[in-house]
Design a protein around this ligand. Structure first.
Ligand code: SF4
Length: 336
């Protein structure tokens, strides 16, 4: 363990998917799914990756898990480069980085009892010594996610959606993960169950010092869980800062638009909704200059030709917008 470095470092990650066409199946175009993303996560920290569907956030998670190779960039876990690891060492990396997906039903084998679902990673990673040890470890996992021990002989279809997500979390904890990637892990749950799962993740983080990469299309979901937020648009991070700053003093027009859709708890308070025009452009042919310029309410000439870089605009606060360089420009006018 390298205590001076973040647990996870992602440097200039790019993932472009080729599109094959023509008679010879040659590459005719590319999907620029992730196009130069940099961030890190410390032990015990939650970083949320937030953006609309198709912005590349799930591709970032899958690239960290090495479900495919990177086009460019580097990923380090505990100071060790993992994006080019060979198969033998990759196995140890997979023990430390686990994932919880949106749909627990399709990610849990319907023919396996919960006991076997949780036993599988324990056995595969050589973490048990005999049947009694295995049973104790499976029961301890059930305790951790607050499921009754006597449910271990049931099948996934005998549980509710929230309970199935608890099984998914227990399976991710089984190998002793340091980092859990939660890919829209609560998006399919109703509001009260969603809150219970978020509270469970927060408690587990306190207890185990877990780092969480929380991928979500919804800022409201991450508000009570996250330490920092990275907002993605069309394959790039456009703003990255701590939770308080993001919700109180966001700089980027896209973040402002996402925030305007977050419900305000006080019914007497008013928040002006920013309705973005048009759809997210295709990642096959992203706009020149600022990728957000086709929808931005504050677009000006420079935005169409020059890409804004992600620059510091405050302590630990990065934003990619030309308005940040206009004196007073970071205080955005109210959108019409
Ligand atoms: Fe809008 Fe221009 Fe800023 Fe992009 S650079 S977010 S188009 S003002």
């Amino acid at each position: 363990m390298n205590a001076d470095r973040p647990l996870l470092e992602v440097n200039a990650l790019k993932k472009h998917f080729p599109i094959h066409g023509g008679l010879l199946g040659q590459v005719t175009a590319k999907v620029y799914a992730v196009d130069g993303v940099t961030f890190d996560i410390r032990r015990g920290e939650t970083l949320s990756l937030v953006g609309e569907s198709g912005c590349g956030k799930s591709t970032v998670g899958k690239a960290i898990l090495r479900l495919f190779s990177l086009t460019e960039g580097e990923v380090y876990l505990d100071g060790e480069r993992i994006d080019n690891m060979r198969a033998g060492k990759l196995r140890m990396m997979r023990k430390r980085v686990q994932v919880v997906f949106q749909d627990p039903f399709s990610s849990l084998n319907p023919r396996m009892r919960v006991r076997d679902i949780l036993a599988e990673p324990l056995v595969n990673f050589g973490m048990v010594h005999g049947r009694r040890d295995l049973n104790e470890k499976v029961e301890a996992l059930m305790d951790k996610v607050r499921l009754p021990r006597d449910a271990i002989n049931r099948f996934p279809h005998e549980f509710s959606g929230g309970q199935r997500q608890r099984i998914g979390i227990a399976r991710a904890l089984a190998p002793g993960a340091d980092l859990i990637i939660c890919d829209e892990a609560v998006s399919a749950l109703d509001v009260s169950v969603k809150a219970q799962i978020i509270n469970l993740l927060a408690d587990l983080q306190d207890e185990l010092g877990l780092a969480l990469l929380f991928i979500s299309h919804d800022l409201a979901t991450v508000e009570h869980l996250t330490h920092r937020v990275a907002v993605m648009y069309l394959g790039k991070i456009v703003e990255l800062t701590d939770r308080r700053t993001l919700f109180a003093e966001s700089h980027h027009p896209y973040t402002r638009a996402l925030l305007s859709a977050v419900p305000v708890p006080d019914p007497t308070a008013r928040r002006q909704r920013v309705i973005l025009k048009g759809d997210v452009p295709s990642p096959i042919n992203p706009p020149t200059g600022c990728r957000f310029h086709t929808r931005c309410p504050f677009v000006f000439d420079r935005c169409r030709v020059e890409e804004p870089l992600l620059r510091p605009v405050g302590d630990g606060h990065l934003s990619a917008c030309h308005l940040n360089q206009v004196p007073g420009g970071q205080v955005l006018p109210t959108a019409a």
